[in-house]
Ligand binder design. Structure first.
Ligand code: PGA
Length: 249
């Protein structure tokens, strides 16, 4: 895993946005895997800024999102479909039918998981996948204990994830308890992965991912097995790692 150290959240966002833009320029039909949550918001903002200034086109790009809550209408203010439209898709020239997010409102979840997995394959797989990590080491919504062989599936959200995400649910809507997520093996078949990590609350888990054993209870530890992972992390996120390195040297 390659680690790119940046000063802060803003620098992480610029670095990640520039990387995405470079890939879109090199491959205008890029299949781009996208994440939600607080971490990539700055990255999306810089992509939109850059797009507006330079008119780089996304019209042949396809996107596939990692996950979606089960039970929310796509138009719900807390759905990831809404998040992606507001933060990225509405501001680019990407045709909305080329943006893909699992449908968490379907009546047949098993079929939806299979459809999503087949869709990714039919696009030729993911060229570049952006990831964040949860405080418990989840990637997508693959919570601790999940099989490393998992494909797109339905998952029960850990209590800690429900609590972390409850801050975004301002009205009476309860945080959904379940989600559809790309599986660990789906994520691992991406040709290239970029993991974004910012803030000191992520410093412990980042240390575990990089130096800990491969462990199902830290789902992101599987990334060590991927041949092409770049971690873009800010100084706060790298603080535990640096502290332990300086003690050991
Ligand atoms: P965050 O979430 O970016 O809001 O910290 C990351 C995640 O849960 O994967």
């Amino acid at each position: 895993m390659e680690i790119v150290e940046v000063s802060d959240y803003d620098a992480m966002s610029v670095e990640a946005a520039n990387l995405v833009m470079r890939h879109v320029v090199q491959n205008p039909s890029l299949v781009l895997g996208l994440a939600t949550g607080a971490t990539p918001i700055g990255t999306y903002k810089y992509i939109v800024d850059h797009y507006k200034k330079n008119r780089i086109s996304f019209k042949n790009v396809h996107t596939v999102n990692l996950d979606e809550y089960i039970g929310l209408e796509t138009t719900h203010q807390n759905s990831y479909a809404t998040y992606m439209k507001e933060n990225l898709f509405n501001h680019l020239d990407i045709p909305i039918e080329q943006t893909h997010i699992p449908n968490g409102k379907t009546s047949n979840l098993i079929e939806e998981c299979e459809r999503y997995e087949e869709l990714i394959q039919s696009l030729g797989g993911i060229d570049l996948q952006l990831l964040g990590i949860g405080l418990n080491g989840h990637i997508g919504f693959n919570e601790p204990g999940v099989s490393f062989d998992s494909k797109t599936n339905v998952i029960k959200l850990a209590q800690s994830t429900q609590s972390a995400n409850s801050q975004y649910f301002k009205d009476d809507t309860k945080v959904p308890t379940h989600a559809i997520t790309m599986g660990i093996s789906t994520i691992m078949t991406s040709k290239r992965i970029v993991l974004l990590v910012s803030g000191k609350e992520k410093a412990d888990i980042l240390y575990k991912i990089i130096y800990g054993e491969l462990n199902k209870n830290v789902p992101a530890s599987i990334l060590k097995k991927h041949p092409n992972v770049r971690i873009i992390a800010d100084l706060e996120a790298l603080s535990v790692l640096k502290e332990k390195r300086s003690v050991n040297s």
